[in-house]
Design a protein around this ligand. Structure first.
Ligand SMILES: Nc1ncnc2c1ncn2[C@@H]1O[C@H](COP(=O)(O)OP(=O)(O)OP(=O)(O)O)[C@@H](O)[C@H]1O
Length: 595
């Protein structure tokens, strides 16, 4: 429960909604209790005057009595109506304040979590799956809101109503009051436990549903593979099995609900019967009037909903506490990568790795071993090596996605962890190995790093990335939507759009992580030539598997198993007649074979 204390700051923030809200709850409940007393008076009026009315049977006076009798009853009716209207009005105000407050807090909390997520490191995202992250912002926040809004509202409502009704009942007759509310605690306990069962089952249903939707989503995305391997029948069967399990859980839920409602009505009915029985005895003893029985029946029915709400709210608060615990877990996580409060500065682009060894914190894989190299501004440094040799890790470390424990990375002579991170990263153009484009227009994808769209710059970047002509061939040109709801670009086109995105901001350091693999050698040469012009005086790091991509680099680092095994220019490395030379020979052979 202490987890929910985190939300108290929001109550303070929205106190001018909460305080009037509580007042409205109290007022609306007063108007809810008063009609019962009016009904009692009206009921007694009927029972008392019915005798007088019969006494005047056959006299003219009888119709006069009837008229007086009828108009006073009408007056009572109107009074009950006015009280109900006033109650409704204050219920409206109550919802307008408390439920509105919960929506405001929901909005604040979502933004707070999202902002915090943005600050967390890449390692955090590796440790948690996307579904889990999303659930905490959506599902868990919704549950917390149920506590902030309906939870609080019904709790205050129940407490106030209970105090008012029980007080009114006790004032009439203590014995009758005790007997008539006797079944209600049983009802509250049953509702609490049944709610637990319902929550447990609905969680199971939710889990099955998310398994089912992930299954469907993955199969729709991989439909090409399914069709080419003719696995439709198999997938259909798996889907049917999964649906069957989901159906089973839903049926179990229906059974619980089907038993729950009649049981609830039975207990409420029992209360009414007890009231009438004990009330009848009390009337015969002359302790109460028949109007009091009618008054009690109204009270009891007024208490039924709060009692149900009590059980419901208790389990709702429990669920909210569990959800807030999950939210707090992430909110209290600090990013491993912290930016110092250093001033922004333009970097020249000198990158120095001094004896860097790096182990990925979550897997324990030693990705780099004593790596040392220097990249000077104006140089193009290439990294080549077998898959898994640590090339992308070098890029990750330059971007300070992770911090190293041993060795030092210096940028223009300053340790990378002493630079203002946002400012530093904004001067790096990075093209990742796995292309990721947003479901948006091509122009907005290219101009992603800029706050304002500068079309001439976007077009120039597209020209430099050798993708301009491809874009212009599309019907809507740069305004073409790409991604799920738009045009599907080819692998090479996507790579080049992501290259344009990196160069549009004219970075001081450019990192290409194997992002020319789907581009033919002629286009690749064109892009590299353009880069030579754009990156004059700046630093480029090109990671590749193909020697043709990197042969003109100022320095080539050959990596194997996390180590730099050779470094030098293309010719120097060929002369070594070792790892690089072997790779060169192999690729030459492959090229000849493919011609
Ligand atoms: N985020 C990560 N978390 C944990 N381990 C990782 C992570 N990224 C890479 N590794 C591991 O570190 C090692 C080096 O990987 P890296 O991606 O740097 O290789 P690479 O040379 O770029 O390979 P490729 O050419 O196939 O892209 C691999 O064994 C890999 O499994």
């Amino acid at each position: 429960m202490k987890e929910l204390a985190y939300l108290n700051k929001f109550f303070l923030k929205y106190r001018w909604r909460l305080v009037p809200g509580v007042l409205f709850v109290i007022i609306s409940n007063i108007f809810a209790v008063l009609p019962a007393q009016v009904i009692r008076v009206a009921f007694d009026l009927v029972t008392e005057n019915i005798g007088v009315f019969q006494l005047f049977a056959g006299f003219n006076r009888q119709s006069i009595i009837y008229d007086i009798f009828g108009s006073s009853l009408m007056l009572f009716g109107i009074l009950v109506l006015i009280l109900a209207l006033l109650r409704g009005l204050f219920l409206f105000f109550m919802r307008q304040t408390i439920i509105l407050m919960s929506r405001h807090i929901e909005f604040d909390l979502k933004n707070e979590i999202y902002n915090h997520y943005q600050q967390l490191s890449l390692a955090f995202y590796r440790r948690h799956n996307t579904g889990d992250l999303m659930n905490r912002v959506t599902e868990d926040v919704s549950r917390v809101r149920m506590y902030l809004g309906p939870g609080i509202m019904y709790t205050i409502n129940t407490v106030i109503l209970f105090i008012l009704v029980i007080y009114a009942m006790l004032r009439v007759n203590v014995t009758l009051a005790i007997f008539s509310v006797l079944p209600l605690p049983i009802l509250a306990v049953i509702i609490f436990y049944v709610n637990d069962v319902i929550n447990f089952r609905s969680e199971q249903i939710q889990q099955r549903l998310s398994i089912l939707s992930s299954f469907v989503q993955e199969n729709f995305s991989g439909i090409r593979v399914i069709k080419s391997y003719v696995r439709e029948k198999f997938v259909r069967k798996t889907f049917a099995d999964e649906s069957e399990t989901y159906k089973g859980h839903s049926m179990a839920m229906v059974k619980v609900q089907a038993m729950f409602y009649p049981l609830m009505l039975l207990l409420v009915g029992l209360s009414n019967v007890i009231t009438m029985y004990i009330g009848g005895i009390e009337v015969m003893k002359g302790n109460i009037t028949p109007g009091n029985i009618a008054e009690f029946i109204v009270y009891l029915n007024m208490l039924t909903f709060p009692v149900i709400a009590l059980g419901w709210v208790t389990s709702l608060i429990q669920r909210a506490a569990a959800s807030q615990k999950r939210i707090n877990e992430f909110l209290h996580q600090k990013s491993e990568i912290i930016s110092p409060a250093a001033p922004a500065q333009t970097i020249a682009g000198k990158i120095e790795f001094r004896d860097i060894s790096f182990i990925y914190p979550d897997t324990g894989i030693k990705a780099l071993k004593n790596v040392s190299f220097t990249a000077n501004p104006g140089q193009m440094i290439a990294i080549i090596g077998r898959t898994g040799s640590g090339k992308s890790t070098v890029a990750n470390l330059i971007l300070r996605m992770y911090d190293t424990v041993t060795g030092q990375i210096l940028i223009d002579g300053t340790p990378v962890d002493q630079l203002n991170l946002d400012d530093y990263r904004s001067q790096i153009g990075f093209v990742a190995q796995e292309v990721f484009l947003f479901s948006d227009t091509i122009s907005r994808n290219i101009a992603f790093s800029a706050d304002v769209m500068d079309m001439p710059k976007v077009e120039q970047a597209a020209k430099n990335a050798a993708v301009y002509n491809n874009i212009m061939e599309l019907e809507n040109g740069f305004d073409t939507l790409i991604g799920e709801r738009g045009v599907t670009l080819s692998g090479g086109q996507k790579q080049r759009v992501s290259i344009a995105r990196a160069i549009v901001k004219q970075p001081q350091v450019l990192i290409f992580d194997d992002c020319l693999s789907a581009v033919d050698t002629r286009t690749e040469e064109e892009i590299l030539n353009n880069l030579g012009n754009i990156m004059q005086g700046k630093t480029s790091i090109i990671i590749s598997h193909r020697i043709s991509t990197i042969k003109n680099a100022d320095k080539i680092l050959v990596m194997d198993n996390g180590e730099i095994v050779e470094q030098g220019t293309h010719n120097q490395l060929l002369n070594l007649k070792s790892a690089y030379f072997e790779l060169y020979e192999k690729q030459l052979l492959e090229e000849e074979e493919s011609v």
